[in-house]
Design a protein around this ligand. Structure first.
Ligand SMILES: Nc1ncnc2c1ncn2[C@@H]1O[C@H](COP(=O)(O)OP(=O)(O)O)[C@@H](O)[C@H]1O
Ligand SMILES: C[C@@](O)(CCOP(=O)(O)O)CC(=O)O
Length: 507
């Protein structure tokens, strides 16, 4: 076990300084500085140059949550509002600097059996850095540049050549998303490093696993480039919001590479945490997204039926039904919209208490009605109905499907007083059906940073700075429980010392 003292000049010290530099100069495009400000900027730059040649960056870790749609799926396709919220299943990215003699950047994603290295000097920096293509950490990128996408293709050709075509596609997408932002944000001078990822979010189950990873990678790169301020506990909310916005923008770029035309909801929730209301009035454009900073943390059971589903298929089914029965389906969609609006108001009320059964019941009833309406639109599935029956039978909470339906996942808002035996029995029944159950929290934190990658576990080693996260142990941690226990932001109980978050909600 390696023990290290906490690092001087950690994430806050360096970043605050760089933040000031950018605020004064390049970010605002300011060119009318006086001589003294120019001189002071030159001094700041000198100091920054010295920092950049300082010893290797410590290993650090970044984590971001997955999401569920809580209210309004499908209705949102027809212009209504929906609410999506963060869940406590998360991705964890360990960033390790390599020795200065190395010139490689490596992705290690063992959950999907993917590892690949590139030589930094061989990457197409010239194309990405031409003046008309060059992007900055604060740029707002809403489209992919086809020339840049083309420039990375040759560097993807030898990604996982021996895997099946399906697996290759997964690896290829992950590599493409990474390379695009690495080249957009980084430079040829970037230090050699390795990005190792573990995630507790089921892949491709509509829980935003790809966005969670995109948020981790953009946060890691922006931190390495020293372009983020904080996170630190007494950071003003407005400053925290700016950092999250920067992270979110670059996560969206990766989502565009993975999904073509993403809504942006998943990456927004993964970076900000809590919840958002989103609405699309023009389906060809991204939705309007309004953060719900004061969304309560709610106890949730997430059940993955493991029944494969197709979002496109379910969306088409509803569209067809609407064509056949426009008035009737229109009324159902209006009713779902009403549910979403009520939930929005209810959950941000000042006296909403997430421990109080009466408050939970009011939200739960809205979930039950929302599920009934989705069922009437034909997007439930026998597996989802089975889940609902089991939960209802034991009176454990209030259940609805989440996401597209037709399989996939359901969510249950848990009653606060459910006896342990009932949960064990439900576990057993779900196990028999081959479903997976996750006890999680709704509306938790967004992206978090552990800098350096040293944990304090309330043990003797804390006196000498804590325990550094060991790469091999991280790689070999068994299942979700192993990952959570080793590095989790909650470590199984409450909040774990060391992890920091950009918090925007009012205290
Ligand atoms: N644990 C993981 N490790 C590495 N990459 C992952 C992991 N989970 C998800 N991904 C990436 O995200 C993609 C899944 O995205 P997608 O199919 O949209 O599912 P989701 O709805 O969960 O985001 C995968 O193809 C892979 O590139
Ligand atoms: C059904 C829908 O409202 C949500 C689909 O969610 P998911 O693909 O299951 O994450 C479609 C959409 O909003 O694009």
């Amino acid at each position: 076990m390696l023990q290290i003292m906490s690092q001087p000049n950690g994430v806050n010290g360096i970043h605050k300084e760089v933040e000031r530099l950018h605020m004064n100069g390049s970010m605002n495009g300011s060119t009318n500085g006086t001589d003294s400000t120019t001189a002071s900027r030159a001094n700041q730059r000198k100091r920054l140059d010295r920092k950049q040649s300082s010893p290797m960056m410590p290993s650090f870790m970044v984590s971001a949550p997955g999401k569920v749609i809580v209210f309004g799926e499908h209705a949102v396709v027809h212009g209504k509002a929906a609410i999506a919220a963060a869940i406590s299943l998360r991705s964890y990215l360990l960033v390790t600097s390599l020795s200065k003699s190395k010139r490689t950047v490596t992705l290690r994603f063992p959950d999907i059996d993917f590892a690949h290295s590139w030589n930094i000097d061989d990457l197409p920096w010239a194309t990405f850095k031409t003046p008309e293509k060059k992007k900055f950490y604060y740029s707002l990128v809403t489209d992919l540049d086809e020339d840049l996408v083309a420039a990375i293709q040759p560097h993807l050709d030898n990604v996982s050549p021996d895997k099946s075509p399906e697996m290759r596609k997964v690896h290829y997408n992950a590599a493409a998303a990474f390379l695009y932002i690495f080249l957009s944000l980084g430079s040829k001078e970037f230090s050699a490093c390795q990005y190792t990822l573990r995630s507790t979010i089921p892949i491709g189950a509509g829980l935003g696993s790809s966005a969670s990873i995109a948020v981790c990678l953009s946060t890691a790169l922006l931190l390495q480039l020293r372009t983020l301020s904080g996170p630190h506990p007494d950071q003003p909310a407005e400053e925290a919001r700016i950092q999250l916005e920067r992270i979110n923008r670059w996560a969206f770029v990766q989502e565009m590479l993975m999904h073509g035309n993403p809504s942006g909801v998943d990456n927004t929730v993964a970076s900000q945490g809590k919840a958002v209301v989103f609405q699309r009035t023009d389906y060809s454009k991204p939705p309007h997204v309004r953060p719900l900073w004061n969304f309560p943390e709610l106890p949730l059971l997430l059940i993955d039926t493991r029944q494969p589903k197709s979002t496109a298929h379910e969306v088409a089914k509803v569209a067809k039904l609407k064509n056949t029965h426009p008035k009737l389906v229109g009324t159902i969609l209006d009713a779902i919209d009403e549910i979403t609006n009520r939930a929005d108001k209810l959950m941000i009320e000042a006296d909403f208490d997430s421990q109080d059964v009466e408050c939970l019941r009011r939200v739960g009833e809205l979930m039950t009605i929302n599920h009934g309406l989705l069922n009437s639109l034909g997007v439930s599935h026998p597996t989802l109905e089975r889940t609902r029956e089991l939960v209802d039978h034991e009176n454990i909470g209030w259940t609805k499907l989440t996401g597209a339906g037709g399989g996939g996942c359901s969510i249950t808002l848990l009653r606060p007083d459910v006896p342990q035996e009932k949960m064990i029995e439900l576990d057993r029944r779900l196990g028999e059906l081959g479903y997976r159950k996750f006890e999680t929290t709704l509306g938790g934190d967004g992206v978090g940073v552990l800098w350096p990658a040293v944990l304090k576990n309330g043990m003797d080693e804390d006196d000498v700075g804590g325990m550094e996260i060991d790469l091999e142990r991280f790689l070999s941690a068994q299942g979700n429980e192993g990952v959570e226990k080793l590095v989790g932001v909650h470590g199984g109980t409450g909040e774990r010392e060391g992890w920091k978050f950009w918090r925007v909600e009012s205290p």
